[in-house]
Design a protein around this ligand. Structure first.
Ligand SMILES: C[S@@+](CC[C@H](N)C(=O)[O-])C[C@H]1O[C@@H](n2cnc3c(N)ncnc32)[C@H](O)[C@@H]1O
Length: 239
C-alpha cells in the first residue's frame, strides 16, 4: 500500500489544471451547482460557519456571496493551490465588501498552527486532492477541539448503478479536473472518527453537506497516517 499521491492529482498538476480553467470556472460550475447540487446546499453550508473560519480549496470564491447574511462570522481566511483561481476569488471577495484573507497554500500541508480556527470548511475539493484523509487530518489539526468541520462534497452514490457510471466517468474527469467522482468521502469522514452532527444529502445521495466535530485527540494517533486508499480497503467497509 502506498501513500504517495497519484500523478493524476499531484499538487503541481492540479495547480496547472485549475490555473487554466480559472477564467471560465464560474460559468462551467454554475451549471453543476444550480442544476445538480442546488444553491440551497451552499447556502446551508454558509449558515454553519462560525467565528474564525478557514476555507480550503476556495476556488473562485463560490461561497463568498453567501457569507453576507451570517452574523456569526468573525474572520474568513481562504486558501487554494491555484493562483488563477485565487485571482478570481480576489474579485469575488471585493464584491462581498467583507474582509477576506486569501493565500496560496497546499491543503495537505497547511501553514497554520494547531487549534487555530473555530470552523474549517471546504466544498467540492476533497474529490481533487491526492489524499483526502491527509487533507481531513490537516483540517482537524488546525480546527479547535471545540470547533467544527463543515464539508460540502460529491461522493460515490449509494445506488450501485449510479456508482458504476461514476466509476466509468472518473478517469475522464481526473484528466479534465483532477476530480474523482467515485470517492466515498462521506464514509471516510465517519471512519476517521469525525463526530457527525449533521449529514444531509441531495441528488441521489451524491451531494453531502456534513457538519462534524473533529476526531477526539486520542483517536487521531490511532488512525493518523491511514491514507484514503488504505481506508477504502479495510475489510469491514462495504464497497
Ligand atoms: C472543484 S474546485 C472547487 C472550488 C470551490 N471550493 C467550489 O466549491 O466551487 C477544487 C479547488 O480545489 C483546489 N485544490 C485542489 N487541490 C488542492 C490542494 N491540495 N490544496 C489547496 N487547494 C486545492 C483547486 O485549485 C480548485 O480551486
Amino acid at each position: 500500500m502506498t501513500r504517495s499521491p497519484s500523478s493524476a492529482t499531484s499538487p503541481t498538476r492540479v495547480e496547472a489544471l485549475y490555473d487554466q480553467c480559472a477564467p471560465t470556472w464560474n460559468a462551467r460550475q454554475g451549471l453543476v451547482e444550480r442544476v445538480l447540487m442546488g444553491e440551497g446546499m451552499r447556502r446551508a453550508l454558509a449558515t454553519e460557519l462560525r467565528g474564525n473560519v478557514l476555507e480550503i480549496g476556495t476556488g473562485t470564491g463560490a461561497t463568498f456571496p453567501f457569507l453576507a447574511n451570517n452574523p456569526m462570522l468573525s474572520s474568513f481566511t481562504a486558501v487554494d493551490l491555484s493562483a488563477g483561481m485565487l485571482g478570481e476569488a480576489h474579485e469575488a471577495a471585493e464584491r462581498t465588501g467583507r474582509s477576506i484573507r486569501l493565500a496560496q497554500m497546499n491543503a495537505e500541508a497547511l501553514a497554520f498552527a494547531d487549534d487555530t480556527f473555530d470552523t474549517v470548511t471546504t466544498s467540492l475539493m476533497l474529490c481533487t486532492v491526492p489524499d483526502p484523509a491527509r487533507t481531513l487530518w490537516e483540517m482537524a489539526r488546525v480546527c479547535k477541539p471545540t470547533g467544527r468541520i463543515v464539508v460540502l462534497e460529491h461522493v460515490r452514490a449509494p445506488n450501485p448503478l449510479i456508482s458504476r457510471v461514476q466509476k466509468l466517468l472518473t478517469p475522464f474527469q481526473v484528466r479534465q479536473l483532477g476530480c474523482h467522482l467515485d470517492r466515498p468521502t462521506d464514509r471516510l469522514v465517519r471512519e476517521m472518527g469525525f463526530r457527525i452532527e449533521q449529514d444531509t444529502s441531495r441528488f441521489f445521495g451524491i451531494f453531502h453537506m456534513i457538519v462534524a466535530l473533529p476526531p477526539e485527540r486520542h483517536q487521531r494517533g490511532v488512525i493518523q497516517g491511514v491514507s484514503f486508499t488504505e481506508i477504502s480497503r479495510t475489510p469491514d467497509l462495504k464497497q
